[in-house]
Design a protein around this ligand. Structure first.
Ligand code: GDP
Length: 182
């Protein structure tokens, strides 16, 4: 998909959101694409995606970001979800340790189905809920280092670091893609 051209942009990148249920994926997506947050988002079942245009240098990039929209609950995500994706935001919830423990399982899936060059950003979401924290920042850092991922804690609710995590991923994808097309 990288390098494909459409009328408005120089590159079209596909990226996916992945992680356990209720970690905040759909709210991260609505922040990235529409700058919205929903207290009681009720995801419909099925894959959904949204677009976000950004400028990197003099290039206009259109990011198509896919959300699992509840399918992860039924382990119904298939290889087509990952097909063509150049980036992934792998999300856990800092207030639920089990969602952090699942990160390895999601990484395994990404390695099995995803593009080997995929840029993966590990995202510890809900950083606003400090009083309920079950995963310390250092654990996120350590895992990311071990697996060679970028890492960031975010709050979709308070709009902290969401843009940074997304831009981090897009910039890295752009770096890799432009090297390849030289
Ligand atoms: P998904 O199943 O991974 O797509 O998760 P959702 O985006 O539907 O979020 C699950 C719940 O967590 C919802 O009630 C959201 O309002 C809440 N939520 C999502 N992100 C945050 C956050 O950064 N902080 C807090 N406090 N709640 C959040």
């Amino acid at each position: 998909m990288a390098g494909s051209f459409d009328e408005e942009c120089d590159y079209l990148f596909k990226a996916v959101l992945i992680g356990d249920s209720a970690v905040g994926k759909s709210n991260l997506l609505s922040r990235i694409s529409r700058n919205e947050f929903h207290l009681d988002s009720k995801p419909t079942i099925g894959v959904e995606f949204a677009y976000r245009n950004i400028k990197v240098g003099d290039k206009l990039i259109k990011a198509q970001i896919w959300d699992t929209a509840g399918q992860e609950r039924f382990r119904a995500i298939t290889s087509s979800y990952y097909r063509g994706a150049l980036g992934a935001l792998l999300v856990y919830d800092i207030t639920r340790k089990n969602t952090f423990e699942s990160v390895k399982k999601w990484l395994h899936e990404l390695k099995e189905f995803g593009n080997p060059d995929m840029v993966i950003v590990l995202v510890g979401n809900k950083s606003d809920l400090a009083e309920s924290r079950q995963v310390v920042v250092e654990d996120g850092h350590t895992l990311a280092q071990l697996e060679g991922l970028c890492f960031m804690e975010t709050s979709a609710k308070q709009n902290i670091n969401v843009e940074e995590a997304f831009l981090n991923m897009i910039n890295k994808i752009h770096e890799i893609t432009s090297k390849k097309s030289l």
